[in-house]
Design a protein around this ligand. Structure first.
Ligand SMILES: [Zn+2]
Length: 129
């Protein structure tokens, strides 16, 4: 279980590969979280970092495990080429944040940073006209 904050400062919870947004906390200190995907009925009740109950099933496209790595790599490469002065790590971390892939940050950075560097090197090695 991981507590994160959205770009707008909203409290979010990542649990079991799914992301939830804060609903409200009851007087008994039970917090209600709902899936971040619109129209998804899944909710969880959490108290002091313990999951009390999960309600409803997720839709097929809810899981943050369902990452389109290719898409991420492609976007990072494009941005690296567009802005060659930007540090690859910064580009990748920015994209990861946009795609809400916090959980996989370390792993993804390791595989993508290499790809982006290769792309940059290729670009630098192009003969200057
Ligand atoms: Zn869901």
């Amino acid at each position: 279980m991981e507590f994160v904050e959205s770009k707008r400062g909203k409290k979010m919870l990542i649990f079991d590969g799914f992301k939830y947004v804060f609903g409200y906390t009851s007087q008994a200190n039970v917090t209600r979280w709902r899936c971040f995907m619109k129209n998804c009925p899944a909710k969880i009740l959490e108290k002091v970092k313990v999951i009390l109950e999960t309600k409803g099933d997720h839709e097929d496209n809810c899981s943050v495990k369902n990452i389109d790595r290719q898409k991420l790599a492609t976007t990072c490469k494009r941005k690296a080429v567009e802005d060659i002065g930007q540090r690859p790590r910064k580009i990748i971390l920015g994209e990861i944040q946009l795609l809400n892939l916090y959980k996989y940050t370390t792993y993804l950075v390791k595989i993508i940073i290499l790809t982006v560097f290769q792309e940059k090197l290729m670009l630098l090695e192009l003969p200057q006209q």
